[in-house]
Design a protein around this ligand. Sequence first.
Ligand code: UN1
Length: 505
Amino acid sequence: MSRLASVVAGTPVPGSTVYRSTSPADTADLVAEVELGDAGTFVRAAEAARAAQREWAGVPAPVRGQVIANIGRLVSANADALARLVTREIGKPLAEARGEVQEIVDTCDFFLGEGRRLYGQTVPSEMPDKQLFTFRAPVGVAAVITAGNFPVAVPSWYLVPALLCGNAVVWKPAEYASASAKAVFDLFTRGGLPEGVLNLVFAEGPETFSGLERSLEHGLVQKVGFTGSSEVGSRIGELCGRHLQTPCLELGGKNPMVVTEDANLELAVEGALFSGFGTAGQRCTSLGTAIVHESVHAEFLDRLVAATEAARVGDPAQDVLFGPLLDQRFADNHERHLGWIAEHHRVLGSTGTGRITSANPRKDFVGDPEAGLFYHPVIVDGVRSGDRIFLEETFGPLVGVTTYRELEEAIELGNLPGYGLSCSIYTTDPAKAFRFREGIGAGMVSVNNSTSGAEAHLPFGGNGRSGNGSRQSGVWVLDQFTRWQSMNWDYSGRLQKAQMDVLEV
Ligand code: UN1
């Protein structure tokens, strides 16, 4: 067990209260005690970032890329320990935790080269003896606030490009993933970042919000990156809007999967199982509702129920499909969602719903269910378009199923909840796949693959309730962490006036 505190300009900052980060797979296992700071800690971190940023921006971009390369190497060398810590602290199966750590390495691999690109343009002028240019300038200080379901990969999607582009960062991770965050923070600083360029703040939501508000008021933060719920995202969006800023928001999802009459059902079921119940349904890209053609609905459902019953659930350090919920708040939310379905729908599966206990057991459970926050996977058939369970993100091991007749109807159902992050279609007909892509409002579309599992160099992000259209990853995220600056250089030796001194033709 370790004792953790915020780090501002390389110095630990004691907190006013202590948070206990426990393992959700074994709630008696205390992973870390965390000293939580307050709004003032956040502001001090933003000041430290501001003080360090100009010098960091003066380091040539290829050299900053070298620091990113160092970070990638360090993460790679410590991958096993980091993955095990993630598994212990948030209960993600080890294979997935390893994948998550790999995602940091992939992100570093991509951006270390960007340090040698960060291209600007040369642009012709309308006048002779004059040259125009564009440059990517860093935005300044980025405040990065992240969820704990992807406690190491998702933060890296912000930290790596923000730092590469010459920004300084204040990072506020989720409390329940504090130890994982501190381990990543340490690897990043060891990679060669000067003090103050990356600062870590442990704080609860309301303190973070008011620290962010004060930092924005004082002009200390120029970009906010936030991954979390749509509700908090919209409050952050409002706050940033007041300061004429556009945040990078990666929010919830109610991701549909359409299964057409000609689909390979075996593949579709495998995809539904992975994206519905993998990570205990706690990905922003998790499957929300399977929208299945009525002619294959019965067979799809039978197969999905059988696959779900056969899946291994339990101790995340072992080979399981999924482990516990992230922490007690997520378990409480899941219980609330189970209340939504209690009366109205056909709930499938032989093992029941709710918490797995000796009185409510699951066959072949791996480990001791009562040690942690383990829940039965739940399939709800017959969800209707007006149901809360159809319209709201549930972020737990719960998959809805409904039917359709015409593809247009499936597309309409997929768009109805108003989210727009990820989606998928299982079909052997290319025309259906392309029509689906055109009609669906999601930022990410999979064909014959699950809704989860985006690769680290494609644009990641959503629309509507899933975000404000910002995109992370790949070259697209450079537009979040840089601003275009233009320059014109006149070497004619006289004052040439744009629009007025243009050559006649
Ligand atoms: C998230 O849950 O916030 O595509 C991100 C995926 C992962 C990222 C999920 N690569 O499922």
